[in-house]
Design a protein around this ligand. Sequence first.
Ligand code: SAH
Length: 234
Amino acid sequence: MTFPELREALAKCHLTLDDQMMEQYDRYLHLLVEWNEKFNLTSIVLPEEIVEKHFYDCLLASDPAHFPNKQVLDIGSGAGFPGLVWAIAYPSSSFVLLDATQKKCLFLEEVKRALNLSNVTVIHGRAESLSSSLREHFDLVSARAVASLRILLELGAPWLKIGGTFIAMKGPKGEEELEEAHHAIKVLGLGQVEVRKAMLPNEDGIRLNLYLKKERKTEKRYPRSYADVVKKPL
Ligand code: SAH
């Protein structure tokens, strides 16, 4: 997918990207290709694939109606997916990009600086050990390709406000993971779930994006230590 194709496809989904945003995506793409040669940030390396499988995929999962003036936490952002891609398209919202790997955080800081993104904060750390001052703080919490849903929800739900939405970007197994996560959803105070199916072009695959509303406060004992979260998933 080329940049003009990206812009046209998203315009059909009611997301308008202006010229400045397109320049920022172009700069981001170049930095990703350049850094990837040294640091192996992503296995997707061809520019047209980056546009489709990273930029387009992330933007497809974002509903413009969710976004004006929001506080967003992206867990395990990696090279910025989806958080940094969204930060360019939704400048009125603020984004915390969290990752446990330092070199990924250095890359995120570099893109933030080069693109002059004042709505981005990068945190090097782990979701299960975020500061307790951030409990019930965010309107949106997102993650792509970080952990299976029931684990991810325990890592992320405590930081979400009541009325906020957890956005889990999943592939073809999204519905199976949702079945397994029923107990976790209940225990963590999440409720109503929406599943949206999206298709990448060129038969590159089905994406199942999950949107879970937070309805009640999450008990203080969650998240547990990472070892417990993984050993005894909810
Ligand atoms: N979201 C990106 C990266 C996926 S790779 C994408 O879709 O391309 C998973 C990333 O999650 C890695 O960069 C890893 O460092 C980070 N990660 C894994 N567990 C984490 C945790 N508990 N807290 C914060 N980051 C975590």
